[in-house]
Design a protein around this ligand. Structure first.
Ligand code: NDP
Length: 327
């Protein structure tokens, strides 16, 4: 396993990490979740990603039980939660980024995950209704209390992150260390364009999500069959529409041909492409089956195969490179 700094912070995270969205407490059994975490940990994964909103808190409960029963040294792993969407939807103060919810959600995540502190705590989305000062102060309070070690954002715009950094500077508080954006061959705008200034000037770290665009980049949807995948879960019709777009499927087919020439599964080519970007601190893998995770965990060996020529071929197929400003 390779370990990378989380931006300019002192923390080292495994280049490959593991997340529980849609799977833990939902798509897979607790036994499979336990098996998957074990496979990841044994391969050197040290970061496990979670959120209050995943399976309405059940994902954290499942992960908490596994962390407890595996008896791994607390120093050997990094665990996260995220606040915004709420675990329960009963009344106005159980979501968002108010001081009340940020602090209550952290306490609830600690108890569900059965840990004394969260290594990483994310604002899962920006909250347009709460003053940014209130959220930054609340995060700083949790840091001072030792309940979280680093805080960050997820899917915030560069200007929102910049505002949080400025507020933290103004009041001598600790600002955001990392952002969790979607990053894959279809979604590149934030990581390859919008955030460049934040990486260069502020050392922002990233924990990127959906590197396979929800499985699309594994090439398995070419037949149109979604049986036994997340796209068959009820309530995820919006995701199915997004993934099963004809244009996208065509590009994946072409990518698959390139991968075949290289003797690789297309999933590994797509994952290695994400890892090649030095602004990726860690890539969060998702898996519902042990075989998927085992395959994905061998992706580091593929990165050196991505020569300039291969990268060019990928660009030609995808046509998704963001257009940068002229200077
Ligand atoms: P991916 O895009 O990599 O999708 C993972 C899914 O793709 C798996 O669950 C599996 O789904 C399928 N898959 C994985 N590997 C293979 C393979 N080798 N061959 C075929 N199919 C494969 O990542 P996720 O969307 O799961 O995101 C990863 C993590 O990122 C999440 O767990 C979560 O921690 C985080 N996240 C954060 C978000 C945020 O807003 N901050 C939003 C979303 C995710 P299937 O069961 O369908 O086969």
């Amino acid at each position: 396993m390779e370990y990378r700094r989380l931006g300019k912070s002192g923390l080292q995270v495994s280049a490959l990490s593991f997340g529980s969205w849609l799977t833990f407490g939902n798509q897979i059994s607790d036994k499979t979740a336990d098996e998957l975490m074990g496979i990841a940990y044994d391969a050197g994964v040290n970061f496990f990603d979670n959120a209050e909103g995943y399976a309405e808190g059940k994902s954290e409960i499942v992960m908490g039980k596994i962390l407890k029963s595996q008896k791994w040294d607390r120093e050997s792993f990094v665990v996260s939660s995220k606040v915004f969407f709420g675990a329960e939807h009963k009344g106005p103060n159980r979501m968002g980024l108010s001081r009340k919810h940020v602090i209550e959600a952290c306490n609830a995540a600690l108890s569900r995950l059965q840990v004394d502190y969260l290594d990483l705590y994310f604002c899962h989305r920006p909250d347009k209704q709460t003053p940014i000062e209130e959220t930054v102060w609340a995060m700083n309070t949790l840091l001072q209390q030792g309940k979280i070690l680093y805080w960050g954002t997820s899917e915030w715009s560069a200007s929102e992150i910049m505002e949080a950094i400025s507020v933290a500077k103004q009041y001598h508080l600790i600002g955001p260390t990392m952002e969790q954006p979607q990053y894959n061959l279809f979604e590149r705008q934030k990581l390859e364009n919008e955030y460049l200034h934040l990486f260069k000037e502020h050392g922002l770290g990233t924990t990127i999500w959906s590197p396979l665009a929800s499985g699309l980049l594994s090439g398995k949807y070419s037949s149109g069959d979604v049986k036994d995948t997340r796209l068959a879960l009820s309530g995820l019709e919006w995701l199915k529409d997004r993934v099963m777009a004809t244009e996208k499927l065509k590009k994946v087919e072409a990518l698959k041909k390139l991968a075949e020439k290289m003797n690789l599964p297309v999933a590994k080519l797509a994952l290695a492409w994400c890892l090649k970007n030095p602004n990726v601190s860690t890539m969060i893998l998702g898996a519902s089956k042990p075989a998927q995770l085992k395959e994905n965990l061998t992706v580091l060996e593929v990165v050196p195969l991505l020569t300039d020529k291969v990268m060019e071929s990928i660009e030609k197929i995808m046509g998704t490179k963001p257009v940068l400003p002229p200077f």
